[in-house]
Design a binder for this molecule. Structure first.
Ligand code: CUA
Length: 185
């Protein structure tokens, strides 16, 4: 003797099990993709949290204006310090050498801005109160754009910076007689 109601319940249960399995597969797939991106495509999470007072950036410390730009370190690496503010970056054009470890250190003087270098995987948020830091390396000379990619107010679309990659030797020559470098004319 057939029981039509039980048949229906069985079918519903089978369909539910199938969809439960599909959703578990989707979650596992996303974890695999995130792990792959992290390991092989160098997605780089923030290494640690460093804070800075956005109200006193211009008065002293690491992000005072005279300390912004590119600094050649004793070990041959380069540190680039910058600030984002409504609606520009300082320096507006950052100078870096090829074939050299480069560390970006940047923060915001007001609201959240984006720090992205086109054609690379360099992509940071500049959050007031925090230092954003990232290691990078540039292989070929050239100029790249740095559009702010976090909505930061009415002038957001006009907030662009540039980054100029120059030959390592040319950078060393420029660094010989200047403490901080940029390509702002
Ligand atoms: Cu700064 Cu958008």
């Amino acid at each position: 003797m057939t029981q039509p109601f039980d048949d229906g319940a069985d079918r519903v249960e089978r369909v539910e099990h199938r969809w439960a399995a599909v959703s578990v597969v989707i979650v596992v797939l996303l974890v695999v993709i995130a792990t792959f991106a992290g390991l092989y495509q160098a997605a780089m999470p923030q290494a640690r949290v460093e804070t800075v007072d956005p109200r006193t950036l211009h008065l002293g410390g690491e992000f005072i204006e005279s300390n912004l730009g590119s600094a050649l370190e004793p070990d041959g690496s380069v540190t680039v310090r910058g600030i984002g503010q409504q609606y520009s970056f300082t320096p507006a054009c950052m100078l870096v050498p090829t074939d050299t470890p480069v560390r970006f250190r940047a923060t915001s003087a007001d609201v959240v801005h984006g720090f992205l270098i086109t054609g690379t995987n360099i992509n940071l948020m500049l959050v007031p109160g925090y230092v954003s830091s990232l290691n990078a390396r540039f292989e070929t000379p050239g100029e790249r754009l740095m559009p702010c990619h976090e909505f930061c107010g009415m002038g957001h679309e006009g907030m662009w910076g540039r980054i100029k990659v120059v030959d390592k030797a040319a950078f060393a020559r420029l660094a010989a007689d200047r403490r901080r470098l940029s390509c702002v004319e």
